[in-house]
Design a protein around this ligand. Structure first.
Ligand SMILES: Nc1ncnc2c1ncn2[C@@H]1O[C@H](COP(=O)(O)OP(=O)(O)O)[C@@H](O)[C@H]1O
Ligand SMILES: Cc1ncc(COP(=O)(O)OP(=O)(O)O)c(N)n1
Length: 308
């Protein structure tokens, strides 16, 4: 009989009291995709579908104690990072995760959908210096990609809310995401620039042209937590041993499926949470003979194939 033990995926991230983003999204996604989620909390946020009301950073010593507890006891197969909040925590996480050698997905959380800044210029610098060099892949959206590319004094101003980009009011254009992916990979970053509702993400590895990952675009106001859900899905597929290109395509398809589930929900007064369970998935009511979850995911395709 094969070993039923699931792989362990560690999320290092902040909490969202509304249950849409941060550790709530991460643990639900990791669990739904068949892994065990461990959780190191870096900050507590008072947050709802309208915005972030307060942020309470967890002291770096307490973050380190949590990392010790997880790494000393559990066979972590992949790590994802979300909101880290301070340069000290960024450097700590880079050092500790790099020492393990496991796949590392870095979601450089700098700004929430609402526009709240969750990481300032010094955090951007720490990402560039410590975390991006050791990441298996970083998953910035276009605002975050621009901040990571900017000179230090511009970093803060680059983190703008959706709709403010380029002064046009337009949302992500695939061409903008492609150019940002190319620029980051030219600096040695293994990167997947996410394109939001444009329906195209760009995967770029140093020395190669960016590859387009196309997936259905879902019109919805329930999209709070897409970035967290996406990076957690990617880390979980890597923990299952899938190659990067395949894991990225599956993660994009997963998010589109979740958005399709929640697009008729009415939760909260603002950007509602993305669903973390798929259509048709029912929880078993007893512990014997639990049925396998049957999942339906929209198809996602990779242009020209990715063999990363
Ligand atoms: N409306 C949408 N329809 C389909 N996929 C989406 C939509 N919005 C975001 N995504 C996908 O969700 C993932 C996270 O991307 P994004 O929303 O850009 O991140 P963030 O939440 O950090 O801004 C990407 O794969 C992106 O293509
Ligand atoms: C605690 C916390 N972490 C991350 C985010 C950002 O969430 P993300 O899924 O990247 O993006 P949006 O849903 O905000 O677009 C957050 N808001 N809170």
């Amino acid at each position: 009989m094969s070993d039923p033990t699931p792989p362990v995926v560690l999320t290092v991230a902040g909490t969202d009291s509304g249950g849409a983003a941060g550790t709530a999204a991460d643990l639900a996604t990791i669990s739904h995709l068949g892994a065990h989620g461990a959780c190191v909390v870096t900050a507590v946020t008072a947050q709802d579908t309208l915005g972030v009301r307060a942020v309470h950073p967890v002291p770096v010593e307490v973050v380190e104690a949590q990392l010790d507890a997880v790494f000393d006891d559990l066979p972590v197969a992949a790590v994802k990072t979300g909101m880290l909040g301070s340069p000290e925590v960024v450097a700590l996480v880079a050092r500790r995760v790099a020492a393990t050698g496991v796949p590392l997905v870095v979601d450089p959380v700098l700004v929430a959908t609402s526009g709240a800044v969750l990481g300032g210029a010094e955090v951007v610098r720490a990402y560039r210096e410590h975390l991006l060099p050791v990441a298996t892949v970083a998953t910035p959206n276009t605002d975050e990609a621009r901040a990571l590319l900017s000179s230090d004094d511009q970093g803060q101003s680059q983190t703008r809310s959706r709709g403010e980009r380029d002064g046009t009011g337009a949302h992500d254009a695939p061409e903008l995401a492609r150019q940002l992916a190319r620029q980051l990979s030219a600096r040695g970053v293994r990167v997947l620039v996410t394109g939001g509702e444009s329906g195209t993400d760009w995967l770029a590895l140093p020395g190669a042209e960016p590859l387009a990952l196309r997936h259905p675009s879902v019109a919805t106001r329930h999209d709070h937590g897409t970035g967290c859900t996406h990076s957690s899905a990617l880390a979980t597929h890597l923990a299952h041993g899938r190659p990067l290109g395949e894991a990225a395509a599956l993660a994009a398809a997963y998010v589109a499926g979740q958005l399709a589930t929640s697009n008729r929900w009415r939760l909260g007064r603002g950007r509602g949470p993305v669903a973390h369970t798929l259509p048709g998935h029912t929880l078993p009511t007893h512990t014997q003979s639990a049925p396998q979850a049957v999942t339906r995911t929209p198809h996602a395709s990779i242009d020209r194939g990715v063999h990363a």
